[in-house]
Design a protein around this ligand. Structure first.
Ligand code: AHR
Length: 657
């Protein structure tokens, strides 16, 4: 290429519009505010079978027979009795299998898993059980079966296990699955006449994410890591609050040996009467220790959310008496203080010691805590106050995240922000599940925020057209457009996360969601890829970028274009994100002011001709980011990229200095 002949063109582009192009000026030498490492994160809640039946590796439902209907999830046959004097105080129930009275009969139990038990061909699964044989010895047969099979035999694996003691003991065997099956069942039956007692019956993939015992389903854990999240908010969401105080999330019930963690109802079991799931409980196998460890494994800052002494306000509308009286909040406040000690305290402290006993003597380095999930009004403000005082007194460096309620504007929202300012919360959690028009018209949301008060956590958001479409490409495009504003306002917005994160294809209550799965497969939504494109290209500092002297946020005359740019000091790369939300292709010229010898740009493009298109289990990569390149023209005044951006496209340009 003859560079000299291109010089006048590049120079012209730096001075004025390039033909019909939209000329965007990026000041590559004006390194702006840092982009927080935590900026793009994840919000995990056990909704849509995200934990039990999803990310958490356990394949057996109701493994400890503690559901209120004690054999829910199990079929029993022959002579099976429920007992309640088991070895685990907080999970006392177990199943006793005895001789059914005739050699031709059988006694056993069969678990249906979560919409079936998913196993993969060639993978190892660890079956474990706490058992005793009152007569001193007994034998059980453990099978993975396909009940609908037309083949000779229903079982496709079968192993015998000898129970060798009249005392409770843990037994384990590893089973290799000869096939992939999305909907198998686990069948256990008595061989011989001797009685056997079974407690905490578990089937777990040996290969969990990062090979953690009691760990996460590998593919789902990896999907989280691949998103490169800066923060992991957990465990909810409304499950933090509970329908009444007794069913709120209590982190202390979720640590220690899994066999002794009491179950809790999952409020998503019955929240929506058009999709309710009577078998949805929280086993707490994925508890606070595991959440902290997961955050560490995926490189994210942990952000636990604790109950503020309030139940779900939606389910207890304006009912002061449903919440804890302000004067009785001490145990709740203590839970927060103890949690900070559990995460950060040294191993000589009460709670630090418990963390060490669970296998993590080093602190988890907790920096933030959210008190209250999606609370609003005076109910909340007066309860939050003593929490803030106590936490700041004991741990002045811990940042406190408060809530601005369920809406992104309006009376409650304004009151929430005012109260958070007064209380000196460090961050305010905003939630917005809104439609496409809202996202397109909020590209300048954070410019006007008061920089002096708390920072923003855009903690739950997703774009959807209620009742119409879910997880379609167009919604993700408008999220990408909106996110240019998060990026531009990195001095104000410290954290953000799409919500909800996971959904079982058969067990969802809420959509859209970032990642969908069945028992053996998964797919990432278009929104996942948008989040990933931002998170992997967040750079280190914001760069000023404007078109005709205005922020590029779909403003009048901007033809539905949105854009932002950052610099990555570590790799000396300018990263420009441009979103064309318009129905037609548009020419853009990126003037890289202050740069004269930029390398050709590497591009990443997410686009689709069909706005309603979405990824699916059968076609998981229908819409994915595609790598490409764009020529950088180095002129006397600046480097320029001229590009034609297809209609409805998110494109990211990376230009190395
Ligand atoms: O993400 C689903 C729910 O939306 C969360 O539990 C709650 O915080 C919000 O209302």
């Amino acid at each position: 290429m003859n560079l000299k002949s291109l010089l006048p063109i590049a120079l012209f582009a730096c001075l004025t519009c390039y033909g019909q192009s939209h000329v965007m000026d990026i000041q590559t030498n004006k390194i702006g505010v840092p982009v927080p490492k935590t900026m793009y994160g994840l919000f995990f809640e056990d909704i849509n079978y995200a934990a039990d039946g999803g990310l958490y590796g356990e394949l057996v439902k109701n493994r400890s027979f503690e559901f209120p209907q004690h054999f829910m999830g199990w079929k029993t046959f022959g002579n099976v009795e429920l007992k309640d004097d088991g070895p685990f105080k907080r999970c006392p129930h177990y199943a006793e299998l005895s001789y059914p009275g005739h050699n031709e009969r059988r006694t056993g139990i069969q678990n249906e898993g979560y919409f079936g038990i998913g196993v993969l061909k060639g993978e190892d699964y660890r079956f474990s059980v706490w058992a005793k044989a009152p007569q001193g010895s007994a034998k059980i047969r453990i099978q993975l079966i396909d009940e609908s099979s037309m083949e000779d035999r229903q079982e496709f694996t079968s192993e015998d296990l000898n129970i060798t003691s009249s005392e409770w003991k843990k037994y384990e065997i590893v089973i290799k699955s000869p096939r992939t099956d999305n909907k198998s069942n686990l069948r256990i039956y008595l061989v011989g006449n001797s009685t056997v007692d079974l407690e905490h019956v578990s089937l777990f993939p040996v290969n969990t994410f990062k090979n953690r015992p009691n760990g996460m389903r590998r593919d789902l854990g990896q999907a989280l890591a691949d998103e490169h999240p800066g923060v992991l908010r957990f465990p909810g969401g409304c499950i933090v609050e509970g329908t009444e105080l007794a069913t709120r999330y209590q982190w202390k019930n979720t640590i220690g040996p899994v066999e002794n963690r009491p179950i809790n109802e999952n409020r998503w079991e019955f929240t929506f009467d058009n999709r309710f799931f009577p078998d949805y409980f929280q086993s707490f196998g994925l508890g606070f220790f595991e959440y902290f460890q997961l955050a560490e494994d995926i490189g994210a800052e942990p952000l636990p959310v604790l109950n503020v002494g309030m139940v779900c306000q939606y389910q207890n509308w304006e009912k002061e008496s449903a919440h804890v009286p302000v004067n009785d909040l001490n145990p709740y406040i203590q839970d927060c203080l103890d949690l900070i000690q559990f995460a950060n305290g040294d191993t000589t402290t009460v709670w630090g010691k418990k963390r060490a006993e669970m296998g993590h003597p080093a602190p988890f380095n907790l920096k933030m805590i959210a008190v209250g999930n999606e609370q609003w009004g005076d109910f909340y403000f007066k309860r939050l106050e003593p929490f803030v005082k106590a936490i700041k007194k004991a741990y002045p460096k811990i940042q406190i995240v408060g809530s601005s309620g369920p809406d992104p504007d309006g009376k409650n929202f304004e009151a929430g922000w005012n109260a958070m300012r007064k209380l000196k919360a460090d961050l305010v959690d905003e939630h917005f599940y809104r439609n496409e028009t809202w996202f397109l018209s909020h590209g300048l949301r954070y410019e006007s925020y008061d920089r002096k008060g708390p920072k923003v956590f855009a903690g739950e958001y997703a774009c959807h057209e209620t009742g119409k479409k879910w997880n379609h490409f167009e919604a993700s495009l408008y999220e990408a457009a909106f996110m240019t504003d998060l990026e531009r306002n990195a001095d104000m917005v410290y954290l953000s996360s799409y919500a909800p994160l996971f959904a079982h294809i058969e067990g969802w209550q809420w959509r859209p969601d970032l990642i969908w799965f069945d028992n053996v497969r998964m797919f990432k939504s278009c929104s996942y890829y948008v989040q990933q494109m931002y998170a992997m290209n967040k750079g280190t500092n914001v760069l000023p970028m404007k078109m005709d002297g205005k922020f590029i946020a779909g403003q009048d005359g901007q033809d539905g274009l949105f854009a932002s740019s950052v610099y990555d000091k570590d790799t000396r790369t300018v990263i420009v994100k441009v979103i064309n939300t318009y129905n037609a292709p548009q020419s853009v010229s990126l003037n890289l002011l202050g740069m004269k010898s930029g390398k050709d740009a590497a591009t990443i493009t997410l686009t689709s001709k069909d706005m309603d298109a979405e990824n699916t289990l059968d076609n998981p990569e229908k819409i994915i980011p595609v790598n490409g390149s764009a020529t950088t023209i180095n002129g006397a005044k600046c480097s320029v990229i001229n590009d034609e951006l297809p209609a409805k496209t998110f494109r990211l340009y990376k230009i190395k200095r």
